[in-house]
Write a protein that binds this ligand. Sequence first.
Ligand SMILES: [Zn+2]
Length: 493
Amino acid sequence: MGRKSNAKKQRKESNYSSISSHKRQGKKLIPPIQQISNLKKLSWSNDTLPEYIWLSLIVSLNERDQSLKLLERISEYFGGIEDEKRPIDLKLSNLAKIEESTLERFIEFVCLHLGLKEGLQPLLLFENLPGKSTWERHLSIQEPNEEWEKLFLSVAKCLDHQSQESTDCRWICLHYMMVCDQLHVPSELFESLANYPDKEESELKMIRGMIRSMEIAMRTTAQFFTGEESVASSTWSTLFWEQGLKDTPCMIMDLGKEINQHTFVEYANYEKVISALKKHFHNTVATTEINAKHDGVFGLSLYCLELLGELLDSNNNTSILGRLGLRTIAECFITLAYLTTKDDESIWNMYRLYGSGQAKLAFLKLDEIQNKPKYINVNTLEALAGEDQWGEYVEINLGHWENTNLRKMSEEANVKDVYNTFYDWTSGFAHGQWAAVRNSSFVTCDNPMHRLHRIPKPQKSEFNDVTEDAKNLCNKILDLVSNVYPKFTYRIE
Ligand SMILES: [Zn+2]
């Protein structure tokens, strides 16, 4: 089986949509799910879990068989009382809305008869627990840290809306609606839901998926009909997470350092190649006149080898700067591949003239600035701008030098694979785009009560080593040198 069909197979089994399944709208690629109009986004962990945290404590702190039986008894308890006395669902906020005496009896049933007092104690940690005064009469806290531990465990198990524990909580919500005659389903569906606790593992996968989609449909519909924003932004949910942040510390258990496979380039080998390249320059130089092609080929290749040398130095290969270096080497390779594919004297000159114009533009801007920066000498810029011809003759091109872009150049030079492989992600680092910033500066906090938020990395990032990729690109550049000025056989090993 070829590499292409392997890739195809891999895609088929992956759970993300390919680029081609996205729909192009202007300059945006819209993923398939976003193509559904009026899509409402509900978050299980942010908005719903705090409402069901008591159910989550039950399913997380007990054996599964036992916890499902307990949940059924809770649901059936309400089935046995009059319609108007029941809560509309099992959310903590809605439980707190029922008549106080009914809530009192229910909490007593749960704590005493079902023996859930110890497991539900963590609820009292919350200043704003809905119905707190009633819960308080049946629960008490001795050791707050022990109660937080129970919450950490149960939130960790239920943060993922698809986990077994979350699905069990979502199942009892549907069960409750059936018991209270609010949900009518075909008989085979009824059977699956009613007998969910006794289902074999082989059947469970399908039933779990069905439970999740029905539960979310019920939530969305409830929100639609009540017109409330009860699900999306219940005050209790917000306060629940706020208190978690206030009362519990950030945790970093495992820094999860990526296993970094290093490529070693011997400095002696690197030196040998770069000095051979300089020698090859002298062997092939035919004139002291301006030769945009000869200067361009050797200039770009020497520039990339310089960069590679810097990447080999002082851990730059695993740094943010390493990514910037790799991006520049890729860009230089594409530029050189384009220039050598076209091999047109006017295009070689255009590349060179554009650079002089950019130096002139930078010089003119800096010349007007009082406080000169330290990274460049303005006189150097002026000299560079006017090296080939008197500066006054130099035009400034405000667009791309070839009136195109790097992607199109890579297509024309038949090196689109290099563009696709090296350009997008490294550009994120060069432009300080969010994903690169997040990847470099933050780690995920392991405190479940903090909802997997991001906190600053305690140590400097160590990314994957760029040496192997940078080295291979440099060798591709040396292939181009050898094609244009044969024969150059040295490569970085
Ligand atoms: Zn945290």
